[in-house]
Design a protein around this ligand. Structure first.
Ligand SMILES: *Cc1c(COP(=O)(O)O)cnc(C)c1O
Length: 397
């Protein structure tokens, strides 16, 4: 008896695997094989998790916090997250509005699953974080990507947003500070976008994962603070991964009006259950031991800021490259369109000829750019950007 090959589901067949993780994995594999790679592909801080956070986790593990926890998170952590919104933004958040999830990525997925149904449309400003369109598709909804290139500072304008809205639009995704561009919207810019979302009765998913990684005195805006009508429709995603160098811990947060948070927790109860119990105690230490955490964050920010300025200056000295000075996260997004190469080809040749790893802008819905992460050592940045300059010089006709 022969049987026909079993087809995989449309979900499995339609998913595009994360291109950023793929480039990073390739660079790491080349490094492991002894090759002299300069990687700008990292999507995570290059620092270790601060010691007091590890200690909080270790103590919990020793104390036997090794069992299931309540699905939306341990109570003290939910309370501490709620309190941090009051402290940081003056926003009143009840612990019941907080869901602790297995990662900020997972929080985004919960937010989309809780708000979008098949047939709905979701507006995603491009360049976008790679997972948004894929998650929208997994919810059976349709991503509508709207390109905001360097001519608008990689920021969606209210006019661009209004033009993209249809009767099917359900959700607007905002990510400030942005991965991949580092752009930070001002409060006024966000208020103008939120006003359009209110007019058209859209949900807002505000991915504030990089809220604490801002430079030049830029102030992060918590979108839920833009007024009661905005707060009532906003799901804030944030977490610990990028701010406290905790990417491997797999912890994220979601804050929304209570009925929405409850829906997210119910989805999580069937999709994953609680985030790792003892890991949550480490995150609790990050929020409770405020002075140690602030000192660790300040040290990381100083290093990021120095690298950001250096890399930005060096990039703009390369003939043919134009790069805006981003105010947040740990990425720069230079324009390389003047070289007349597809960005994917540019990156492939750059890796092959100069052993420099970068992610093409097209992975983020913006052809003609590179995403360079400066979450790597000053030495690698200096060596890598010199190689990039040599590569670009070789491309000139
Ligand atoms: C890294 C990142 C996340 C998710 O972080 P986790 O590692 O899943 O906590 C979410 N959004 C953006 C924009 C990111 O860059």
């Amino acid at each position: 008896m022969s049987s026909a090959p079993l087809p995989l589901s449309i979900w499995a067949r339609n998913i595009s695997p994360s291109p950023t993780l793929a480039v990073d994995a390739k660079a790491k594999a080349m490094l492991a094989a002894g090759e002299d790679v300069c990687s700008f592909a990292a999507g995570e801080p290059d620092f270790d998790t601060p010691g007091h956070i590890k200690d909080g986790c270790i103590a919990a593990l020793r104390a036997g916090k090794t069992k299931y926890a309540p699905t939306p998170g341990i109570e003290p952590l939910r309370a501490a997250v709620a309190g941090s919104y009051q402290t940081n933004y003056g926003l009143k958040v009840q612990p019941a509005q907080v869901v602790v999830s297995p990662g900020g990525k997972y929080s985004c997925y919960l937010a989309i699953m809780a708000t979008c149904s098949p047939g709905d449309e979701v507006i995603i400003p491009a360049p976008y974080w790679v997972s948004y369109p894929e998650m929208v598709k997994l919810a059976g909804a349709t991503p509508r990507c709207v390109l905001a290139d360097d001519t608008t500072g990689f920021k969606l304008t209210p006019a661009m947003l209004a033009k993209a809205i249809t009767p099917k639009t359900r959700l607007l995704i905002i990510n400030s500070p942005s991965n991949p561009t580092g752009a930070v919207y001002t409060r006024a810019e966000l208020a103008a976008l939120a006003e359009v979302a209110v007019q058209h009765n859209l949900y807002i998913l505000s991915d504030e994962m990089y809220e604490h990684l801002v430079y030049d005195g830029a102030r992060p805006t918590c979108v839920a603070t833009l007024g009661p009508e905005v707060e009532a429709r906003t799901l804030i995603v944030a977490g610990f991964s990028k701010t406290y160098s905790m990417t491997g811990w797999r912890l994220g947060t979601l804050v929304a009006p209570a009925p929405i948070s409850k829906a997210c927790a119910e989805l999580q109860s069937q999709m994953s259950s609680n985030a790792t119990t003892f890991a949550q105690y480490g995150a609790l230490a990050a929020l409770v031991e405020k002075e140690k955490t602030a000192a660790a964050l300040a040290a990381m920010l100083t290093a990021f800021d120095r690298r950001r300025k250096f890399l930005h200056a060096e990039l703009n000295r390369i003939p043919g490259i134009k790069c805006l000075l981003a105010e947040g996260a740990f990425y720069l997004f230079p324009n390389i369109s003047s070289f007349g190469l597809k960005d994917a080809d540019f990156c492939a040749r750059l890796l092959e000829q100069e052993k420099v790893a970068a992610v093409p802008g097209s992975a983020f819905g913006a052809e003609g750019y590179l995403r360079l992460s400066y979450a790597t050592s000053d030495e690698i940045i200096a060596k890598g950007v010199a190689r990039l300059a040599r590569f670009c010089a070789g491309l000139k006709p």
